[in-house]
Design a protein. Structure first.
Length: 119
């Protein structure tokens, strides 16, 4: 089955995606967050774009489009990037989003929904 995807001129699939050029400015920060015990099997470019998609749309983890890595992989990296490092005021995700000029909530749609219903 072929999917007809609309691809923007700069090769982005979704409006929330970064271009490769934009991603290269933050690659080092994201790579440093995880210890290298073995080579990565996924491209952090796609993982980070999936995180941006989640933050923008508020979709559930399991509803991530198939163009992105598996939701469990994205969730694992999100958890790492969202956990503040010892001695730092902001988590890595906040630092990276600030560096690329993005604003908005750092929680997924599911987390925001849980906050509403657990009051």
């Amino acid at each position: 089955m072929l999917l007809n995807l609309i691809v923007f001129e700069d090769n982005r699939i979704y409006p929330s995606d970064l271009t490769r050029e934009q991603f290269e400015t933050i690659r080092g920060l994201l790579e440093a967050a995880r210890k290298k015990t073995k080579p990565r099997k996924v491209d952090l470019f796609h993982v980070f774009n999936a995180v941006l998609y989640l933050l923008k749309t508020g979709c559930q983890w399991r509803m991530l489009p198939k163009e992105y890595p598996k939701w469990r992989t994205v969730h694992e990296y999100f958890t790492i990037w969202r956990t503040p490092r010892q001695g730092e005021e902001h988590c890595l995700l906040e630092q990276v989003l600030k560096k690329i000029g993005r604003k908005g909530p750092l929680s997924t749609g599911a987390e925001r929904g849980n906050q509403l219903f657990n009051r």
